[in-house]
Design a binder for this molecule. Sequence first.
Ligand code: SF4
Ligand code: FES
Length: 249
Amino acid sequence: MNAPRTVLLKVFRSGPDDKAPRYDQFRLTAGPRTTVLDALLAVRRRQDPSLAVRHSCLHGSCGTCGMRVNGREVLACVTRLKELGDPVVVEPLAGAPVAGDLVVDMEHVYQRLEPVGRPLVRASERAGKNDGKAGPGPVLEGLERFEDCIECGLCLSARPVAGDPRFLGPVALAAAERVLEEPRGADPRAVLGLVDDAHGAWRCHTAFECSAVCPARVDPGAAIMRLRGRLLRDRLPRLVGRYHREGRS
Ligand code: SF4
Ligand code: FES
């Protein structure tokens, strides 16, 4: 099982000059540790330098290499070919515009996170800071992340989430729940108002596909359930008050 084997990759291709997307096929030799990203970079080196594929860290922490492999959202840099069948079908994430081949525009992730208060890193966790007093400066502050989330967008591609562009989405709802658990200066009422919406926490179908594909164990599905409980507890006093008022009249 550890001997090198030949694998057929079927890779989604779409560029600005293409009339329609297509799938190109590439054969290559893969060892037991060869990842999908290794294979794509080998294709780009030896077979087709025009293949667009994005990556940075190569170890599952930057979130830039998200894609669908055999219909499943994964980080290509930590997904080994030996775990997959043959052929291996590689496609961009769903629910976002394709910038080229396997690269999607990630703006849909950031736009969703922004209103719920994206910077959620403890002062003591900031790079180079452990006194909790001084911040990292305006530029780095803008890049701070919602704790464990690596903003890979896999949860926004997972079905059935990708089918609804108006859905606030698992990544932002999980961030909202985290803000409400520990506001750190954020306005909880504003966050509750944002997520208490048909396209917010109530849009989730409890499929938990978002949690299944999340590579950072954020478990956004469970966060959405906690958020719903929070919203119901928030509504309850008003509902009880209305019930008593209307009962008396
Ligand atoms: S919640 Fe998980 S899947 Fe969604 S963007 Fe964050 S790390 Fe990725
Ligand atoms: S290259 Fe960073 S997560 Fe894959």
